[in-house]
Design a protein around this ligand. Structure first.
Ligand code: ZN
Length: 229
């Protein structure tokens, strides 16, 4: 389970070890390599083995040493591997679960990137944008628990309301639309997503389409709550 560090974090970077050697498939080996370089610890915070096991590297409270010039305010995740077709489904499943947890911990106000976006490197060599369904801004597009909202809304407290994002449908989406004062058809399409982004922008939040408890709180607090029968 991911727990948010106290230091500020705005970006997550994905890496690969650039090795297919089995002996490099664990955090201890990579730590040893980085210590041999004269570093104080492994550069990455989290390491994902070929079998999908997640290992802890550098303390999350510490800035990573992983993306030269772009380490501040970041979290660095490394997957073992070098060849694009040899990364495993368990690795990707762990990466997806981890990124969903991180995204949730930051209420969607965090973006995900490949090392290659800030360096002239191929790292990570796999198509992380498809794996994580990232948009052009690095917003996580994974479904996870955040799109299904078919249950009736019977508790209108922020923590009881479901997390929503574009693609969701159901009564909670209708409630969201009523609070945004837009057409309430229960379908979270592009127009609803734009209204959410605009609302979040007005409240100085990262303008993603993700609606989580603190966004519900603002929505419920800033508008007349409609009556539901
Ligand atoms: Zn890298």
């Amino acid at each position: 389970m991911f727990s948010k560090p106290r230091r500020k974090v705005t970006r997550v970077f994905i890496h690969c070890t650039a090795s297919e050697l089995t002996k490099h498939d664990n955090v201890a080996a990579i730590r040893k390599m980085h210590l041999e370089r004269g570093w104080s610890d492994i550069g990455y915070h989290l390491f994902i083995r070929k079998n999908g096991v997640l290992e802890n590297g550098r303390d999350l409270e510490r800035t990573p040493a992983a993306q030269k010039g772009h380490n501040t305010n970041s979290i660095a995740i490394c997957l073992h591997g070098l060849k694009k077709d040899r990364f495993t489904t368990p690795q990707f499943d762990t990466l997806k679960r981890l990124c969903l947890e991180i995204n949730k911990a930051y209420d969607g106000e965090i973006s995900f990137h490949g090392h290659s976006e800030v360096a002239a490197k191929a790292c990570p060599v796999f198509d992380y944008k498809s794996v994580l369904r990232l948009d052009a801004y690095g917003n996580l597009g994974l479904t996870g628990a955040v799109t299904q909202a078919t249950a009736e809304v019977d508790d209108m407290t922020p923590d009881a309301l479901p997390d929503l994002k574009e693609g969701a449908r159901g009564p909670a989406v209708e409630l969201l639309q009523e609070l945004l004062l837009i057409k309430a058809d229960g379908i979270f399409g592009p127009k609803t997503a734009n209204a959410v982004r605009e609302f979040k922008r007005q409240h100085k939040l990262y303008p993603s389409d993700l609606v989580v408890s603190h966004v519900w709180k603002l929505l419920l607090g800033s508008k007349q709550v409609p009556h539901f029968d």
